[in-house]
Write a protein of this length. Structure first.
Length: 265
């Protein structure tokens, strides 16, 4: 996988950073996370960072000692310490704790697969997943990233942005990632859906990321100008999905969104 990446400049990643070692360490973990196999060699990582193997080796040793990465033969993988850190981060998000509490007692959502996600550029990152429907397991897990164009929650979140911000993210002729025959193909197709999403107050994904699966999503009202951009989604099997079911799902998603966006009532 590393061979297909564009090499860094000869000065190497982090050459202009106030803390180059930290920047390079973050780049190592990003590279491992992005790898199709989750494994990269010293040579792969040195090439990715654009620095000598000796410097990369020292960096990897420090990360290994901190349990942030793990060595498996000649290859490196992400370390279990990251799981601990991620769990600590999520446990301190009040929104995630309220998300689970609400889903457990909601009449409809308690029997469905529900997720909360955060906008991250042109992707969303899934922060939590409530498993109320064991039949729907072909969708994203906690920590996964998904292009906004492929998921209802991503579309619900960018629908909140100004048109000029969306234009900066996606030109009309931008080619979008495709997972199924129903995936959106261009920036123009994506932007055409945003008007409808804004008018109806929710986004609908019709087998665009997984064949046989539909998804509905709403955005959480932002707390302040710099609050996190959070969204909620619920997944259902298309074969058993109905408009009546969708109405119940949206009603409860909106109730949860209001609770998360304004916890004081």
């Amino acid at each position: 996988m590393a061979d297909s990446r564009t090499p860094r400049s000869s000065e190497g990643l982090g050459s202009t950073s106030p803390a180059p070692a930290v920047t390079r360490a973050a780049a190592v973990m990003d590279a491992l996370a992005a790898s199709a196999t989750g494994r990269l060699t010293l040579s792969d990582l040195a090439r990715e960072l654009g620095i000598p193997k000796s410097s990369t080796s020292n960096l990897l040793l420090a990360l290994e000692e901190a349990r942030l990465i793990s060595r498996q033969g000649a290859e490196f993988t992400l370390g279990r310490k990251l799981v601990e850190l991620g769990a600590a981060y999520l446990s301190r998000l009040d929104e995630v704790q309220e998300f689970y509490r609400f889903c457990e007692r909601a009449p409809t959502l308690s029997g469905e697969t529900v997720r909360i996600a955060m906008l991250d550029g042109t992707n969303v990152i899934y922060l939590a997943r409530y498993e109320g429907h064991p039949a729907v397991r072909l969708t994203s897990n906690i920590g996964d990233k998904m292009p906004v164009s492929l998921c209802a929650v991503g579309k619900a979140l960018i629908a909140r942005l100004h048109d000029h911000d969306v234009d900066a993210m996606f030109s009309d002729d931008a080619e979008l990632p495709v997972l199924t025959p129903k995936s959106l193909r261009t920036g123009a197709e994506l932007k055409a859906q945003l008007t409808t999403i804004r008018e109806q107050g929710y986004a609908f994904e019709d087998e665009e990321s997984t064949t046989g699966v539909v998804c509905l999503a709403v955005a959480v009202p932002t707390r302040g100008a710099h609050g996190p951009s959070l969204g909620l989604s619920v997944t259902a099997l298309k074969a058993t999905y109905s408009a009546e079911q969708g109405s119940r799902m949206i009603r409860e998603l909106n109730e949860l969104a209001r609770s998360l966006g304004n916890p004081m009532g």
